[in-house]
Design a protein around this ligand. Structure first.
Ligand code: NAP
Length: 368
């Protein structure tokens, strides 16, 4: 199952609107791995038929490990359970059931009816986090939401403003941030970050330029300038601008110029004079987005925190150098409470990335 999870991780950011699933066919008697499958880019073919096709006749009588219950309904592709049955595997080990009401245990029932031994819940917690985008899309009509914050040693967020991003952290941390982009279906910033930084928001890791996610801007009272970098490059990597109808109407010329440049404009509803985040989530889910990376800035982080719309926080913090006045990093608990009010966060991982630290925190407990 560890190998199946690793295979699933490879497809994060490319499998939407489907979940990225990993499937492994193995011989339990010898420990031999016969084949491995990952959901293909665009979500099809699914992992299971790829694993059975690669194994051929060798799958007969063997065991399949799969990170999500095989589907049992006819969608764009035939049901995966039929491919598993046709391959003749005698046992299926799944990490979790699929909450999609079209599946919801029926895949496992069908396997059992045909005499296949079924084991559920193996490494389920890990699989649920990997598949969280799909789970919350189905159960809450929203994507999985990851906030990425980069702060100085004292927890402050230096403001850009010169038309280029101000880098708080070093190269290794920034490369890690680009990996998060590659594993997201969409990346979101507020209009303030576009105004101050004029960012690219692409994935610039060697060999992974093709993995840049859709770039989304949430605007309130003003649209981004049609001359901004995002608009100038939206034919290479799509740009979606989400704004209240009144803002799009009030800025008719800018809206048309952004459309002419190739940006897509979406209307989102407002509450209290601000775009309502559930409406943004609904628009994103409607477009097949399952994993959203919110890069900021601070106003947006705060709004997501106050709405309870956060699954995971990736906190990048530079460490003080020896010459600094205090030589001390602020404890993340000190400043996170004011940056992200109302969240009950638990740190699940902390690592050094060159001169910086990265802490992964999760909003507990997950509701599904
Ligand atoms: N260190 C980091 O990790 C990091 C990351 C990103 C950005 N930044 C920095 O953050 C600064 C910008 O911060 P910011 O807080 O002004 O910008 P922001 O969060 O990017 O954008 C805020 C703007 O987004 C619009 N908005 C629409 N719906 C909103 C909602 N529901 N909640 C909040 N905002 C909403 C509003 O635009 P209107 O004003 O048009 O109504 C609001 O003024 C930049 O200087 C940048 O360098 C730092």
């Amino acid at each position: 199952m560890q190998l199946a999870l690793r295979a699933a991780r490879l497809g994060l950011g490319t499998a939407a609107p489907n979940p990225s699933v990993g499937a492994v066919i193995a011989d339990e008697a010898t420990g031999e791995v016969i084949s491995v499958g990952t959901t293909a880019p665009g979500g099809r073919p699914h992992a299971e038929p790829q694993a059975t096709a690669a194994a051929g006749a060798s799958a007969r009588g063997k065991t399949m490990y799969v990170t999500l219950e095989p589907c049992s309904h006819v969608g764009h592709t035939p049901p995966c359970v039929e491919a598993v049955l046709a391959a003749g595997v005698s046992r299926v080990v799944v990490a979790q059931e699929d909450p999609d009401p079209r599946v919801a245990g029926r895949g496992l029932d069908r396997l059992r009816q045909e005499g296949v031994a079924v084991t559920r819940g193996v490494l389920g917690d890990e699989a649920r986090w990997l598949t969280r985008g799909h789970i919350v899309r189905v159960t809450e009509r929203r994507p999985m939401i990851q906030l990425k914050l980069a702060v100085g040693p004292d927890g402050t967020v230096p403001r850009g403003g010169s038309g280029t991003p101000l880098f708080v952290t070093g190269e290794i941390a920034r490369a890690h941030g680009h990996m998060l982009r590659a594993r997201a279906d969409a990346i979101l910033v507020g209009a303030g970050t576009v105004r101050d930084d004029d960012p690219d928001l692409t994935c610039r890791l060697p060999g992974l330029a093709g993995r840049s996610p859709v770039r989304v801007v949430l605007a309130g009272n003003g649209l981004p300038a049609p001359s901004c970098r995002l608009a100038r490059t939206c034919r290479q990597v799509p740009v979606w601008i989400m704004a209240p109808a009144r803002t799009i109407a009030a800025e008719g010329d800018a809206a048309q110029a952004l459309r002419d440049a190739g940006c897509r404009l979406f209307e989102v509803s407002e509450v209290g004079g601000r775009p309502w985040l559930p409406s943004l989530c609904e628009a994103l889910v409607g477009e097949g987005i399952t994993r959203l990376l919110v890069e900021g800035g601070p106003s947006l982080w705060k709004s997501f925190a106050q709405a309870g719309l956060v699954d995971e926080v990736r906190l990048f913090q530079s460490r003080p150098d020896a010459a600094s006045t205090t030589g001390q990093s602020s404890d993340s608990g000190d400043f996170l409470g004011s940056l992200l009010p109302g969240l009950d966060l638990t740190a699940v991982d902390r690592r050094r990335l060159g001169p910086d630290d990265m802490t992964t925190l999760r909003h507990q407990p997950p509701r599904t």
